[in-house]
Design a protein around this ligand. Sequence first.
Ligand code: ZN
Ligand code: ZN
Length: 230
Amino acid sequence: MFRYETHLHTAPVSRCAGASVERTLTFYSRLGYAGVFITNHFIDGNINIDRSLPYAEKLAFYRSDYDNAVKLGRELGISVFFGVEMTYDGTDFLVYGLSPEWYEAHPEIEGMKKSALLALLAENGALVIHAHPFHHNRFIDHIRLYPNLVHGVEIFNACRTPEANAMAELYAKHYGLIPFAGSDNHSAEERPMLAGMLSSEPIKDEADFVRRCKNGELEIFKLENPQKDQ
Ligand SMILES: [Zn+2]
Ligand SMILES: [Zn+2]
């Protein structure tokens, strides 16, 4: 079986991330993962750049960690795929299957109403996953659900409480949404618990991942980090 990390942040692009691309990829390749999706916070979220800059400049910065990861991944023998984590005041969505070039060609998405944006992404072939839908803290005013605008739900996010994950699982089951899992790793080897998607075949590219996920060919997995505190 082939393991994939689906929810991953790197520094410097994600402001809240503590680990570089190099530390992150070294960690996952040592663990024997087949690949990772780099899903840094998009330009609507906790990106580490002045958000008043022009769209093209922000996009160039946004993709820089991913581009570096692709090069390093080739050296380390681990596949690197592109993803995005978008936000609407703490309601977060993971988006897979659209390339950095697609985002570069669509500056109109900046500032778009989230429900309209999610529909547009799906029309363009994206897989949209609601990340940790029942995450709630003092920065998140209220929980919003979009059962008709997402394909799947993170029913296991390795950073969230059992209660929040259990509610996410109930939500996904009730609406027949794809069960999905990810680590939300911001700190490479320091993250105690990991999660992701498992495939019986190697994933060729983002489109292959989207197709397999929509067909129900992938399984979720959880993994205690064997490198933690060694
Ligand atoms: Zn973050
Ligand atoms: Zn995240």
